[in-house]
Ligand binder design. Structure first.
Ligand SMILES: NC(=O)c1ccc[n+]([C@@H]2O[C@H](COP(=O)([O-])OP(=O)(O)OC[C@H]3O[C@@H](n4cnc5c(N)ncnc54)[C@H](O)[C@@H]3O)[C@@H](O)[C@H]2O)c1
Length: 414
């Protein structure tokens, strides 16, 4: 069996750039993913996700011989877990973290992990998950016949990832990091590992503080966005221009209101605050309310569109953007996609979709909408709904837009 320096489990938006950058620093890396087509694509030196320059990095890593992908882990000194951490929705509407991917990835390393190895959890996780990783691993080792398995023989760390889609390769190197160990020795080992490519500061702490700090960062963003979104709905009700109000308020030296939008998407900010709410439901009132405000915004936008559509017979509606944020191809947890799905259900409406980052419509919109170039879409439309502030939409024809009913959820054309 090959002995790798690092085995990265999960080759998505986080795992693939991480595996590749370690490879380009001379580490022998095995990237593991349960999806065979992902493994084949990477072994071919290509990528299955969109991220600027990631294709070049992966090609260089694979061609150097330092990055290989496989569907199962192999012997390595370090295991990095970068698998999804979504939530499950209960019948009563509450959300509970779904750790099945983390558990499966952890258990999958039992046949190859050896005493002295470092196990790093990079997935954004509820407080206490690193301890669970330790317990699952020991449980699996015992189940597989290693009755002597002892947690003290392995090092467990949580190193949350903060990189921003669209700027991942830069931020991987320049963002400060947190290394939260179940022991100080484990935290130190992870710090030394990341120092091979990270030029910023790496702070040592315990695993629970590392877990909570990552959740706190995303909850802070969510609460601040909720304030802006709530304000946008208040101003709309008062028939006021929220962008003007925010612009003026932000001239106060200690006020910095964020931009409202169609809702909050992605699988981080829209998900992670629920992990805090689930852990302390009675106390996390503001965090829960912020989530609810942000979750209500797509419905509000839909009602705005519906009101305009009601004024027309057989309206043609152009929805600009489906991604969860500007300049990326990621449609997961996207409020723009949610809104467009609902718009497609408006009686008698012809719905045109412009999303420059995809080449075919997602399944949910197939047969219900037409994917087209943004300029053609606005020319054909009665109502133009700007859902994502993709750079390319900035150059759309102003005279054409001036003749359309506009719902600009991002204040992009202000
Ligand atoms: N994408 C981001 O911007 C971002 C930023 C910070 C943190 N995170 C966190 O990082 C984690 C990973 O997110 P992502 O965006 O990379 O997810 P992703 O869905 O892009 O990739 C995860 C990959 O893991 C694979 N996988 C699932 N189970 C596996 C297993 N048992 N073994 C090996 N591979 C397995 C999946 O097939 C998938 O390819 C999540 O916890 C997320 O919250 C993401």
């Amino acid at each position: 069996m090959n002995n790798y320096d690092i085995c990265v489990l999960g080759l998505g938006y986080i795992g693939l750039p991480t595996a590749s950058i370690f490879s380009t620093k001379g580490k022998k890396v095995l990237g593991v993913d349960v999806v065979q087509s992902v493994v084949d694509t990477i072994n071919d030196g290509r990528i299955h996700i969109e991220e600027p320059d990631l294709d070049l990095l992966v090609r260089a890593a694979v061609q150097s011989g330092n990055l290989t992908a496989a569907v199962a882990p192999a012997v390595a000194d370090v295991f990095i877990i970068a698998v999804p951490t979504p939530f499950d929705e209960r019948e009563d509407g509450s959300r509970v973290p779904d750790l099945k991917y983390v558990e499966a990835a952890t258990r999958s390393i039992a046949p190859v992990v050896k005493p002295g190895d470092l196990v790093i959890l990079e997935s954004t996780s509820p407080v206490g998950t690193t301890e669970k990783v330790r317990d699952w691993l020991i449980d699996e080792l015992v189940k597989q016949g290693n009755t002597e398995a002892n947690e003290k023989d392995y090092h467990f760390v949580h190193c949350p990832e903060r990189i921003l889609p669209g700027q991942m390769l830069k931020e991987l190197v320049t963002n400060d990091r947190i290394s939260g160990g179940l022991t100080p020795e484990a935290a130190q080992k992870a710090k030394e590992l990341y120092e091979c490519f990270c030029t910023a500061e790496i702070f040592l702490t315990d695993a629970r503080s590392a877990e909570m700090s990552k959740l706190t960062e995303n909850s802070f963003r969510d609460v601040n966005i909720a304030f802006a979104n709530e304000l946008s709905m208040v101003c709309d009700e008062l028939d006021m221009d929220v962008w003007e109000v925010i612009k003026l308020s932000n001239r106060h030296p200690r006020v910095n209101i964020l931009n409202p939008g169609p809702g909050v998407g992605g699988h981080c900010i829209a998900v992670d605050p629920w992990f805090i709410v689930d852990a302390a439901p009675e106390r996390a009132r503001l965090i829960r309310t912020a989530r609810e405000v942000n979750e209500s915004k797509p419905e509000y936008v839909l009602a705005q569109i519906q009101r305009k559509a009601d004024r027309l017979k057989d309206p043609v509606i152009a929805c600009l953007g489906l991604a969860f944020k500007a300049n990326v191809d990621d449609l997961r947890e996207s409020p723009a996609l949610d809104i467009t799905k609902q718009v497609a259900g408006i009686e008698g409406a012809r719905v045109l979709v412009a999303e420059p980052h995809i080449t075919e419509l997602p399944k949910a919109l197939e047969g219900k909408c037409e994917l087209m170039d943004a300029e053609d879409a606005i020319k054909a439309a009665d109502i133009v709904v700007l859902l994502v502030d993709h750079k390319s939409f900035a150059s759309l024809s102003k005279p054409v837009l001036a003749e359309r009913m506009i719902i600009d959820t991002r204040g992009f054309w202000k």
